[in-house]
Design a protein around this ligand. Structure first.
Ligand code: ZN
Length: 199
């Protein structure tokens, strides 16, 4: 795949392959949509982008332009090369899952990023044995000097984007987060589509 604008449908996930050196651009089309992102080595999908290893590599809570995310084997996998969204990309919070919505008082099934990840990978014929931590694009989790966190509203503008360079042949997966209870996708609880390109 090269160049085409691909939709991440609202509340759903999608995955794609990219080669080392390609540019992956994730567009916050409507400005208020969190996109959970994962990356896996194409050679061995048990090597994945790891938030805890990445923070130890760039020594920040959130990456800046020029910073590389690394895998659970400490190898660079994605480098943030351009960002028009304000760089508020959370590395701390786990992707949402059915249990999370249960804790928030939801009765019955709720769309969630964990299931979106596994469904998206399944469309490529890929199964992974766990759910890695996600890079939560456009998700604004502000922190205080004493280490307190909050569920912020997005600071990204409609049409803003984050662009990455693939540092190895990889598989990327994205989920348009269906969180409509906390204000991470804006106060209205409206969840929308997003888009990406692989060039
Ligand atoms: Zn989510």
């Amino acid at each position: 795949m090269s160049g085409g604008l691909v939709t991440v449908p609202a509340r759903r996930g999608t995955a794609a392959r990219a080669r080392a050196g390609q540019r992956i651009t994730v567009v916050n089309t409507h400005g208020t949509q969190v996109v959970d992102a994962w990356a896996f080595s194409a050679d061995d999908v048990t090597e994945w982008m790891a938030m805890e290893a990445s923070r130890a590599w760039f020594m920040k809570l959130a990456a800046a332009v020029g910073d590389s995310f690394v895998t659970n084997r400490r190898r660079p996998i994605l480098t943030l090369i351009e960002d028009t969204s304000g760089c508020a990309h959370d590395t701390l919070m786990a992707p949402c899952d059915p249990q999370r919505y249960g804790l928030l008082g939801v009765a019955g099934y709720h769309d969630n990023c964990r299931d979106n990840l596994h469904a998206a990978l399944a469309e490529l014929g890929i199964t992974i044995p766990a759910t890695p931590p996600s890079l939560n694009l456009f998700m604004n989790i502000p922190w205080t000097p004493d280490g307190r966190l909050a569920w912020g509203e997005p600071v990204s503008a409609a049409g803003s984007y984050a662009a990455f360079r693939a540092e190895m042949d990889l598989i990327v997966a994205f989920s348009a987060c269906p969180q409509d209870i906390l204000p991470i996708n804006g106060r209205t609880g409206t969840t929308t589509e997003a888009h990406y390109t692989v060039d």
